[in-house]
Structure formats: structure tokens, C-alpha cells
Ligand binder design. Structure first.
Ligand SMILES: NC(=O)c1ccc[n+]([C@@H]2O[C@H](COP(=O)([O-])OP(=O)(O)OC[C@H]3O[C@@H](n4cnc5c(N)ncnc54)[C@H](OP(=O)(O)O)[C@@H]3O)[C@@H](O)[C@H]2O)c1
Length: 250
């Protein structure tokens, strides 16, 4: 798998780009949003907890970034209509979308398939897999209006080689890789929209703590430390790179 952890982004790599990040209120999504803003992008912060999105909004403003937009949406309950509306709002406000980071996910439960609760299974598949499909469909028109657009899906090591007890999370990440590949293949002819996936690798966030409660968080890379691959794929240096599965850590 390609890895760009040593990539050094130019100062204004994302100047004038409009980028939407899902799950922008916490963990990797929060840091990705702030990082993209620091490199010049205007952010659309999408997530379910408004207070967290407001905190990220404030941090971006204090750091001197372009004024972001907050888009509260719970991916679990959102329907096709919500995503069509999102696409329309992006079109009206910005005229286009240059970057989309599908980052929000649910871990679900680490438990054998035999004991996996079907309702939780559907919840995880809805947030991790169905929502990114519907969201992408809703904003495709805005992505097509960009001269140079990048879509990034977030995968996981268990989305590339499954492991016991990872249940719906692992299956949803395999589906995410499939979604990325189908979309990349369908859009390759455009020459303007690239579509790739990133496996962040073990990263110091709430989700990781929930999955590995006994682990020392200090032994893990921070979200800030895994940003080079995100920047590489979001910026023009990755033009022409599509349909590939990246690792954020070597
Ligand atoms: N951390 C790791 O070691 C690791 C490893 C491999 C892959 N990943 C992947 O990396 C991505 C980010 O993970 P993370 O560790 O940063 O997780 P996190 O700290 O749990 O953050 C996840 C974000 O997604 C949001 N979210 C969850 N359900 C949502 C919903 N229904 N609607 C809208 N937003 C929702 C959360 O919102 P709230 O803040 O409101 O809860 C939160 O902002 C995920 O796709 C994860 O699968 C992480």
C-alpha cells in the first residue's frame, strides 16, 4: 500500500479549495479539518454534535483560517433527501466542492458474529457505508463543478484483512474500499475527480481507546502526525492518482 507520511505540503497547498469533512468535531476528522484550513481551504464541518463543531469552527478562526461553515447532520438518521439538500446548499453557497473526506464512523462492538446484535449491525453499516454512498451521490454535482476534486474514504486495517470479533466495523470498511473502487472507476474518465482511501493506522483518538482500553495512548501517533497522506491526497500533487488504497502510517 502506498504511504506518504514523509510528504511535505507547500504552504498554500489548499488555497481557495472548498472541502467537506464528515465527523469534523472529534478525533482525526477534527484535526484534518483544522489542517486543511491551515493550508488555505474553506471548510464545511459536518457532524452530529454541534458543540464540538462550534469548537472546531472557533479554533480555525483563531488560527486565522477562512471562515468555515457548520453543517449539523446525524449520518445515522439522514436520508436521500438530506443529502440532495446538502448538495444544493453547497452549489448555492460555493458553486462547487473541491474535496470530500469521508471520516465519520462508528466502531460498534468488538464481539463474535454469533453474538452481534442485528440492530447495531445495521447502525454501523448505515453510518460507515450507506451514508458515505448517499452523501457522495448528493454532492456529486458539486464535485463535478470543481476543476480538481479529491474524494477520500476512510478505511481500516480490518477493512483490508479482516480479524475475528471486528464484526460490522470490518465488513463496513471492506464495503468502503469497494465503494471507493467503483466510484474511482466510474469517474476516471472525468480526469478531474480522483477517489482514494486511507487507512489511518493506530491513532490516538476516542475510537481507538474504546477498541483497545488497555493500551497506552502515548504509544500511538497523534492525528496531527498522520496528516501528510491526507494533505497529499487532498492537494494537487496527487492529481491523476485514483482508485488506490493508502496507508497513513508506514
Ligand atoms: N483511531 C484509529 O486508530 C483508527 C484506525 C483505523 C481507522 N480509523 C478510522 O478513522 C476515522 C476517524 O476515526 P477516529 O478515531 O477519529 O474516531 P472518533 O474519535 O470516534 O471520531 C469519529 C467522529 O465521527 C463522528 N460520528 C460518529 N457517528 C456519527 C454520525 N452518526 N453522524 C455524524 N457524525 C458521526 C463523531 O461524532 P461525535 O463527536 O459527535 O461522536 C466523531 O466526530 C473513522 O472512519 C475510523 O473508522 C481510525
Amino acid at each position: 500500500m502506498p504511504c506518504m507520511i514523509d510528504y511535505k505540503a507547500a504552504d498554500h497547498l489548499l488555497k481557495d479549495k472548498v472541502i467537506l469533512v464528515t465527523g469534523a468535531g472529534d478525533g482525526i476528522g477534527r484535526v484534518a479539518a483544522k489542517t486543511f484550513a491551515a493550508y488555505g481551504a474553506t471548510l464545511v464541518l459536518l457532524g452530529r454534535t454541534i458543540s464540538k463543531l462550534e469548537a472546531v469552527y472557533d479554533e480555525i478562526e483563531v488560527a486565522g483560517g477562512a471562515q468555515p461553515a457548520i453543517y449539523p447532520l446525524n449520518l445515522e438518521g439522514a436520508t436521500h433527501k438530506d443529502y440532495v439538500e446538502l448538495g444544493e446548499r453547497l452549489g448555492e453557497t460555493f458553486g462547487r466542492l473541491d474535496g470530500l473526506l469521508h471520516n465519520a464512523s462508528l466502531l460498534g462492538k468488538i464481539t463474535p458474529l454469533e453474538a452481534y446484535h442485528p440492530e447495531l449491525w445495521q447502525q454501523v453499516m448505515q453510518v460507515n457505508c450507506n451514508a458515505p454512498f448517499m452523501l457522495t451521490q448528493g454532492v456529486l454535482g458539486a464535485l463535478k463543478a470543481s476543476e480538481d476534486a479529491s474524494v477520500i474514504f476512510t478505511s481500516s486495517s480490518v477493512g483490508r484483512r479482516a480479524r475475528a470479533f471486528w464484526g460490522a466495523y470490518a465488513v463496513s470498511k471492506f464495503a468502503t474500499e469497494g465503494l471507493m473502487q467503483v466510484l474511482a472507476d466510474e469517474l476516471e474518465h472525468t480526469g478531474t475527480i480522483r477517489v482514494n482511501s486511507i487507512n489511518p493506522g493506530a491513532t490516538r483518538t476516542q475510537m481507538r481507546r474504546k477498541a483497545y482500553p488497555g493500551e497506552d495512548p502515548q504509544s500511538l501517533l497523534t492525528p496531527e502526525e498522520i496528516m501528510p497522506t491526507y494533505l497529499y491526497l487532498m492537494g494537487a500533487d496527487s492529481r491523476g492518482v485514483t482508485g488506490q488504497a493508502f496507508d497513513a502510517q508506514s
